[in-house]
Unconditional design. Structure first.
Length: 364
């Protein structure tokens, strides 16, 4: 399969360069140059996607790993990504993939039809575009999504939301659920730690709020950088005011990695504090992540307070919702996408080798 395909979102400049219009970086390229994301580059008079049909790997994950706690709980999702990223996060937890500048990272080849068919064979209920940001390989992701929807599968995007309006609308109309990384809540943090702009991400969140895409938010809390009470108060207040109280928020623990090894791991009490601030500001579903925290990872009915989904990390225990997400004790509707009984996938992740039939290997 060819790795390079023509793209739509670009325009020529008067000085002979071509500008990529997928994300606010607006990379201006001469022939043969790559964008910051690495996977989009100029060939001749236009921009091409170099990684169509190639992946850094495939894996079956619990949907809770994305994390999505209100989307087909307990189900398996077929995860894949490519290489590269349009952000420059110094704390990236997937840096070996997202910062790769080597085509060799893309060892696995698969057509959109193969991905969708394999997901069905492995009894997944969704396909997740993850590991690196799918907005930079949106042409590939859209074709995969169309094959998935034709087979009754849903699609999930794990994204930083750093994308321009026109490609944003094109991409997200093929997506059923998204976990958006709201990495912090100051322009200074986004500029110096992520190489991006907070305003563009907030625009994406406001746009998604007007669509049918189910959205959950994740913030990796880094000691001393984005974990102050004032910043968490401002962030969670903005979410309630602009997105409403029913958008779940996940506060997850940082570990030193990539270019940020001078910060300590996030203390569990910081996650608990963030969750408390969020709920105090009206967020009905706030979670802690990357730690063992039965209370902070479980779902409680916002009406009667009953624990309706018991979780420990990615493992589901007691489950007290009906097939449409109504609370067993009181009948209130828990917001999200609930379709039938809870899934029975365990907490393991299983790398996949695309053969016929596909081969999986269970990892902890």
């Amino acid at each position: 399969m060819t790795m390079s395909v023509p793209t739509t979102y670009w325009h020529p400049l008067e000085d002979g360069r071509v500008q990529c219009d997928v994300c606010p970086r607006a990379c201006k390229l001469r022939d043969g140059q790559h964008g910051v994301c690495f996977v989009r580059g100029r060939e001749g008079d236009g921009i091409v996607l170099h990684t169509y049909g190639r992946s850094s790997g495939f894996c079956v994950d619990p949907i809770e790993k994305k994390p999505l706690n209100h989307f087909l709980p307990g189900s398996a999702t077929f995860s894949f990504g490519t290489a590269g990223c349009n952000l420059a996060c110094r704390f990236c937890q997937n840096w070996d993939i997202s910062k790769s500048k080597e085509i060799d990272t893309l060892a696995a080849e698969a057509t959109p039809e193969t991905i969708a068919r394999t997901a069905v064979e492995l009894e997944c209920r969704s396909v997740a575009f993850t590991y690196n940001d799918p907005t930079i390989f949106l042409e590939y992701a859209i074709d995969v999504a169309e094959e998935c929807h034709a087979r009754g599968l849903r699609t999930v995007a794990v994204t930083a939301g750093y994308i321009c309006p026109e490609p944003r609308a094109d991409f997200f109309r093929h997506v059923d659920a998204a976990n958006v990384d709201l990495k912090g809540f100051t322009e200074d943090f986004y500029r110096h730690s992520c190489g991006a702009e907070l305003g563009a991400v907030l625009d994406t969140l406001a746009y998604l709020h007007e669509t049918d895409v189910w959205v959950e938010l994740t913030t990796l809390l880094i000691p001393g950088l984005n974990d102050s009470t004032a910043e968490l108060d401002a962030m969670t207040s903005w979410v309630v005011d602009h997105l409403g109280p029913d958008v779940p928020m996940h506060f997850t623990a940082f570990h030193p990695d990539y270019r940020m090894t001078d910060r300590p791991p996030t203390p569990p009490e910081t996650l608990t504090r963030a969750r408390s601030i969020a709920m105090g500001n009206g967020v009905r579903y706030a979670y802690t992540g990357n730690v063992h925290d039965g209370a902070g990872q479980s779902t409680f009915c916002h009406t009667c307070g009953a624990r309706v989904i018991e979780r420990d990390w990615y493992r589901i225990g007691r489950y007290a919702l009906d097939d449409r997400g109504h609370c067993g004790p009181c009948g209130a509707t828990v917001p999200g996408i609930f379709d039938g009984p809870r899934g029975e996938w365990d907490a393991s992740r299983r790398p996949v080798v695309l053969r016929s039939p596909p081969i999986t290997e269970t990892l902890p």
